[in-house]
Design a protein around this ligand. Structure first.
Ligand code: KG4
Ligand code: ZN
Length: 352
């Protein structure tokens, strides 16, 4: 098998990202993984304004790609280009996909359309990744595997029977977990994005102080719902004229614990039902240290024979290394296309 150099491109929401992955027979090196975050811009409006995000991608993407392909001052031409083509914000996706199509046409290199959720899923294969100069081996994750993807746009339990075989067994009926973190942070006036703000304030709070609901924790299916939890926080905030710093910390900790309890309970229940050999956790919310800690402990205690995988923290939030890796698995199966065939699909579902 030939050594493959894959350029990954990600612009589905508010992070512009480009990465160069070098890989051969499961031995890999991430030569670059660059992310131009738009957090400061969207913090001003308290959330992502799609038009603003797309304009930012337009100015940031090409220089970022050039930088990601410049290794030790030499420009590198990739063998394959992988780009997120959905789901996501349509105008943001178009910037990445059009850039990828242009490069694919110019360089006459194959193009792989990557589903953003699939990319988050494959970030679990980058769990131990630390040093970008070291060649490492991809872990041999055993199937069936269950992956909980928790991000700003999705909360989805995916059963993976093999590479490329996905079945969605549960998803949120309303807000995604990350969206709930962002909205509750707004209610508590903690700024944007809410996840990191709530998790750091929660460290100073007591999670038993507020008795918040655990929506759908006992429902017979594997779906989730977080809007009721957000509304419960809203009522608590409204009831009080002013929330002290300590009370906001307690509320952050109580809210965070309610989300963690639901995510862990549902995942473990699904793991039992589908008799999985591996459990994986990825997506932006998986950067939450308390969630990572409690998830690991719960799997060890309740499913000791199941192996637990976590995406490395820096690959939980949007990045292009995970897109390049997903592109690798497709390229292995010759699932690439010529540039003219690739289209943006803002509602692309990973699996049914
Ligand atoms: O995966 P991601 O970067 O983008 C999407 O695909 O949506 O996820 C972003 C989400 C945001 O809602 C953000 O608040 C949340 O991940 N997030 C966190 C943490 N870091 C980011 N949520 C909880 N705790 C964190 N430490
Ligand atoms: Zn994402």
């Amino acid at each position: 098998m030939k050594l493959m150099k894959i350029l990954g491109i990600e612009t589905s929401c508010d992070e512009t990202a480009a990465s160069l992955l070098e890989i051969k027979a499961g031995r890999f090196r991430i030569l670059s993984s660059l992310v131009a975050s738009q957090i400061k811009i969207h913090a001003k409006t308290g959330g992502v304004v799609p038009e603003v995000a797309a304009r930012e991608h337009l100015t940031k993407l090409l220089p970022l790609i050039e930088k990601s392909l410049t290794i030790n001052r030499s420009p590198i031409k990739p063998d394959v280009i992988a780009v997120t083509s959905g789901p996501g914000l349509i105008t943001s996706l178009m910037v990445g996909v059009e850039a990828a199509k242009t490069l694919s046409y110019l360089w006459q290199k194959p193009l792989v359309a990557v589903n953003h959720l699939e990319a988050h899923l494959y970030s679990n294969w980058l769990g131990d990744y630390r040093d970008s100069n070291k060649i490492q081996s991809l872990p041999k994750i055993k199937f069936p595997a269950l992956c909980l993807i928790v991000s700003g746009g999705h909360t989805e339990l995916v059963l993976m029977r093999n590479y490329g075989q996905y079945k969605s067994i549960g998803q949120t009926q309303d807000d995604a977990a990350g969206e709930a973190f962002d909205k509750v942070a707004k209610l508590l006036k903690l700024g944007y994005p809410g996840g990191p703000a709530i998790s750091s304030l929660a460290k100073k709070g007591a999670k038993e102080i507020f008795d918040l609901p655990r929506p759908m924790i006992k429902s017979g299916n594997f779906d989730f719902s977080f809007s009721g939890l957000k509304t419960a926080v809203l009522y608590l905030v409204r009831e009080r004229d002013r929330l002290s710093k300590q009370k906001r910390a307690d509320l952050s900790a109580s809210f965070q614990q309610a989300v963690i309890d639901v995510l862990i309970a549902k995942t473990l229940k699904a793991a039992k039902k589908y008799k999985v050999k591996s459990i994986m956790l990825s997506g932006g919310v998986a950067a939450n240290q308390e969630l990572r800690r409690q998830f690991r402990t719960a799997v060890k205690k309740q499913e000791p024979k199941v192996k637990f995988y976590l995406a490395a923290t820096k690959f939980c939030t949007d990045n292009a290394a995970m897109v390049a890796l997903a592109g690798y698995f497709h390229a292995l199966k010759h699932e690439s296309a010529t540039w003219s065939k690739v289209k943006v699909d803002p509602n692309w579902e990973l699996a049914v």
